[in-house]
Design a protein around this ligand. Structure first.
Ligand code: ADP
Ligand code: MG
Length: 231
């Protein structure tokens, strides 16, 4: 469902060119819970931004959900992203003037995929899914870091995306709270969502279907968990 072929990204900055991704080939299947690990500056965010269409590669092919992303205009790409990809950031990026409920509902309004009269009910369902039924009327500054991140995950689910992308989602959370977020992603991948998380924290790689290691823009290690055949 995600296919990257000979992906290269070269940034042309003031300090000269930076080759952030080098001939990266990668396949990710539907429902996989994938983690990308690597040191700071290794190219993890660049990889995520290219998969989500936030950034474009310098060379190579990016196919996501059978869509060749380079064929889309900027406007079409923004709409495609809103409908198909949920994004979770390290610092939550919630709207401070909106309640938890309205942060989720607002995301639905941006994309117009969910019928208007279903929005409130579904927003409450997603907030329940992340364990925040008792906090839906709270504003971000009334919530803990872990709660804010769970609102952000509910918002990322708002338009029922097939793919969820999270760039260091637990980087600002203590390890217990981070583990709760990890369990939530596990549950969502069990429901068929494809999840790609970036982290530079040490993690228990056995919890993931696929572990991708990047160093200096090279994909240096790829391991796929062999699930037992179902009978
Ligand atoms: P990571 O997420 O693993 O920390 P990044 O993907 O953010 O790494 O960055 C990879 C490399 O590309 C780094 O050397 C970084 O400095 C460089 N880089 C990232 N974004 C830009 C940019 N917009 N302009 C120039 N260089 C960039
Ligand atoms: Mg990064």
């Amino acid at each position: 469902m995600i296919s990257l072929q000979k992906l290269n990204k070269i940034y042309t900055g003031l300090a000269g060119p930076v080759h952030a991704l080098k001939d990266v080939d990668l396949e990710i299947d539907q429902g996989e819970n994938v983690v990308v690990i690597g040191k700071s500056g290794s190219g993890k965010s660049t990889l995520l931004n290219i998969i989500s269409g936030i950034d474009r590669p310098t060379a190579g092919v990016v196919k996501v959900l059978d869509q060749d992303l380079h064929l889309l205009s900027e406007n079409d790409l923004a709409l495609w992203r809103g409908r198909n990809i949920g994004i979770v950031f390290q610092f939550y990026q919630l709207l401070p003037t909106l309640t938890a409920l309205d942060n989720v509902r607002f995301a639905m309004g941006l994309v117009n995929k969910i019928p208007r009269k279903a929005r409130k009910r579904l927003s409450l369902e997603y907030l329940a899914e992340v364990g925040l039924s008792d906090k839906v009327r709270k504003f971000p500054n009334e919530l803990s870091g872990g709660e804010r991140q769970r609102v952000a995950i509910a918002r990322a689910l708002a338009n029922d995306p097939q793919i969820l992308i999270a760039d260091e989602p637990t980087g600002n959370l203590d390890s217990n709270t981070g583990a709760q977020i990890g369990h939530l992603f596990d549950k969502l991948s069990g429901q068929g969502k494809t999840i790609i998380t970036v982290t530079h924290a040490s993690i228990d790689t056995e919890k993931f279907d696929k572990v991708i290691q990047i160093s200096d823009g090279n994909l240096t290690h790829l391991s796929t968990l062999q699930r037992p055949e179902s009978v």
